[in-house]
Design a protein around this ligand. Sequence first.
Ligand SMILES: Nc1nc2c(ncn2[C@@H]2O[C@H](COP(=O)(O)OP(=O)(O)OP(=O)(O)O)[C@@H](O)[C@H]2O)c(=O)[nH]1
Ligand SMILES: [Mg+2]
Length: 546
Amino acid sequence: MSSIRIGPLGGTLTPFLYPPFCRTSRRSLCKLPFAFSRCSSTTTRHDESQTGPDSSNLNPTPDNYSLTPFADRCILTIEAGSGGHGCVSFLREKYIEEGPPNGGDGGSGGNVYIQAVRGETSLHKLARRRLIKAGRGRNGQGKMKGGERGQDVLITVPIGTIVREIQRRDPVADAEWAERRAERYGKNSAEEQGSYRKDKWLVFPGTVPSELNRMTFPELPKSRRSHLAALQPEAPIYLDLDKHMEAPMLLAAGAMGGIGNPHFITSNIPRPKMATRGDEGMKLSLQLELKILADLGLVGLPNAGKSTLTRALTNSKARVGNWAFTTLQPNVGTVVLDNHKGRPSVMKRGRDGILRENFLIADVPGLIEDAHLDKGLGLGFLRHVERAAVLAFVVDLSTGDAIETLKLLWREVSEYEGLRGKELNAETERRMVMYRPVGGRASQQKELEELDQPDLTSPQALPPLASTPISSKPWFVVATKADLLNTQENYEALRQYLDAVNNSTQPHPSNRENAWRRNIQSIPVSAIRAEGVEVIPQLVMNLLEE
Ligand SMILES: Nc1nc2c(ncn2[C@@H]2O[C@H](COP(=O)(O)OP(=O)(O)OP(=O)(O)O)[C@@H](O)[C@H]2O)c(=O)[nH]1
Ligand SMILES: [Mg+2]
């Protein structure tokens, strides 16, 4: 036994799992920095006399789990509110035969806001709604009463949501485009001053067509944008909402309302009988994608024991079953770093400089070989792991060679990373194309494109798409099912392999240069008995500081 080297973690763990490995007495464990009384409300200590698994929480029946509705992608159409129409009205009072115009302006449409908040965990509610519309502005009224503003809508999304624009229809941009075209090529007959356009003008109720033909209309007022529009994100929208937002962010500003008839008074026409209609609201198709921002992501083959480990560390009710693909959607658990004595036993500054009292674990469906070719379920869910700060490779010691399993997992993760790199390049190229309003005659389109040319070269550099390579994230191995017979050699081989990787005598399992290899730990645990798992929170907190 003296030939077996006990690592800093091994010393604390092996006594319950592999008694002959280590002769460290239980009493001395308490002095070690990793000794925990309890790491979460659900982690239960077991009497050494107790050998059977805890069947209540960590070895539940397959129907003992809670499943919350979950969606991590959705396509959403949002519509800013249209403006209310202006009003055509005249003062009516006793002894005033022909009162002056007093029609109010229409109210502007409601805005659409977005906010990433704590507490939201899924996009399923938005996925069901599909279309979200802000309220329309109310029409103006007589006595110079302006219309009420339309109701705003707020879309709340989970932290970690990425918002991408797929399509937009911006009536004001289209109108501006038409104005620019008119400046260059002259107006077409419909836009000439003096003609009636049903889509733009409102006339006094009861105006008969013959009267309408005789009426001269003033020049159509230039299209206006609400001053809030300046706060809209630049097109095409790409937002990475990776932090809790104290205030909502404007996505689409409501359209402006039409203007009332007093605006059209001229010396020739003292009582104008027209007002303008409100503008139509902007429409945006957005793709929302949730990448759970957990601190620890679990990567493992199906049936490795990831969900049991999550249960052992957190209060989550992840489904556990002795078959592959028990977990079909990600589970997020919170590890509470509290020893229930009023003071957290682990409290460290996280990456964002905030003192941490808990951290999040993402348990995702298992990966299988060739997952990067979209086999199994795992690939679609790897993006949740991709953004985790620390990775835990969960390896089942009781089935197969643990080293081979670890290499296979890394192979799949690296392949996924390669695919992601290509996707990001395509994304950057896509973002170079600026939005241009649709419409206009095809023959003029090309020349107008030239007109637009200066806009194409954006003066500001595009913000880089942030993505830390998975291989440069800190990681460790959780060797599970260490309570089963004949797992000892497998674990020992794994530990020696990781030592060799640490010393650079073995290549990193990802085969990537600059991969993270600073003291990679392997932790033997029996998640089903909650043994050995208590060192994981401290280790994760240490790695989070890296
Ligand atoms: N003996 C023993 N069995 C375990 C341990 N951890 C998990 N198991 C069992 O292994 C089986 C699979 O566990 P899960 O936690 O569902 O595995 P998973 O990795 O989440 O599986 P998928 O969700 O299918 O990817 C269950 O029958 C567990 O009871 C352990 O430490 N010791
Ligand atoms: Mg599972």
